[in-house]
Design a protein around this ligand. Structure first.
Ligand code: KPL
Length: 298
């Protein structure tokens, strides 16, 4: 399969690198990472050890069987505009935050699948990615149900030994992932702690409350997630990725804009539209946005 991975950050590089063990992969990213991959290939270290040689470029290729979008949520409109000129059979969003698939579907002729990822990744240097935890990709039609296309993509991922499940309930999976990100990302970024530390003391009070609020908003949207299930999902992921630095924590350490608008900001906004109280998500969004403004990255 010809696969273009749009967004060669830590997750895009890891996923693209793993898929390159079996498929014809092009990573679309920025220099100096792209130049390093062109010159020396992509080194994968940590839980998986491999050196792979995907193509790497700064802009979208003309065509691909599958585009995998891994850019930050705030870059989705720009990625969609660029991908609109690419001849694609399918697109898969593997991103944090809510609403990315809709933005892509509005711009692209190709069908858009939704995905979530629980692999952990860090990009320590140009041309390198470290797998900090083998997780799972879950993918399926963005509005739920089964589709032969999702099965084909799942089979292609399996062939590359990427742990993958094809799901017929992606809307529920996306809200569960949102609860996990709402609980872990801003809490770890503001307190500068690793994922496992959200299980302790006051950090857990904040993370669990953010997850419960997410479940309450999801239920108003017709997605049945109990408070206990949302809290349990945060706990499971925090345990499984205990030593990881969350993506928002990585952004804060690197003085980059975060995805808070598409995570806690999205929940706070939906909550107020639906008449649900979400003070913890509102506060987390406000604090992270204040940090972004102070750093001049907002
Ligand atoms: O998705 C993640 C992220 O860091 O953005 C989690 C699941 C919290 C893993 O670090």
């Amino acid at each position: 399969m010809e696969i273009a991975v749009f967004g060669a950050g830590s997750l895009g590089s890891l996923l693209g690198g793993l898929l390159a063990r079996e498929h014809d992969v092009t990573l679309v990213g920025r220099d100096p990472h792209v130049r390093a991959i062109e010159e020396r290939g992509l080194r994968i270290s940590g839980a998986i050890d491999a050196t792979v040689y995907p193509a790497a470029r700064l802009d979208a290729p003309d065509a691909a069987d599958l585009a995998i979008v891994c850019v930050k949520a705030f870059d989705t409109p720009a990625a969609a505009a660029e991908l609109a000129d690419c001849d694609l059979d399918a697109c898969l969003s593997v991103q944090n935050g809510m609403g990315n698939e809709t933005v892509l579907a509005e711009r692209l002729d190709a069908p858009v699948l939704a995905g979530t990822c629980s692999y952990g990744a860090l990009r320590p240097a140009p041309g390198e990615v470290r797998c900090t935890g083998v997780g799972e990709i879950v993918l399926g039609p963005r509005t739920g149900g089964a589709s032969p296309l999702a099965d084909r993509v799942g089979t292609a991922f399996d062939r590359a030994e990427v742990v993958t499940s094809v799901a017929d309930n992606m809307p529920t999976r996306l809200w569960e992932k949102l609860a996990v990100n709402a609980g872990i990302n801003a809490t770890t970024a503001l307190a500068r702690i690793d994922n496992g530390s959200v299980l302790d003391g006051d950090a857990w009070s904040v993370a669990a409350a953010a997850a419960r609020e997410t479940a309450a908003v999801a239920r108003r949207e017709g997605i049945e997630i109990s408070d206990a299930a949302a809290e349990g999902a945060v706990r499971r992921v925090a345990e499984a990725t205990a030593e990881n630095t969350s993506s928002m924590h990585q952004d804060v350490l690197a003085d980059r804009r975060t995805e808070v608008d598409a995570i806690n900001g999205f929940i706070a906004e939906r909550a107020s539209e639906r008449g649900v109280d979400a003070p913890i998500n509102r506060t987390l969004a406000w604090l992270v946005r204040a940090w972004e403004s102070g750093q001049g990255v907002r």
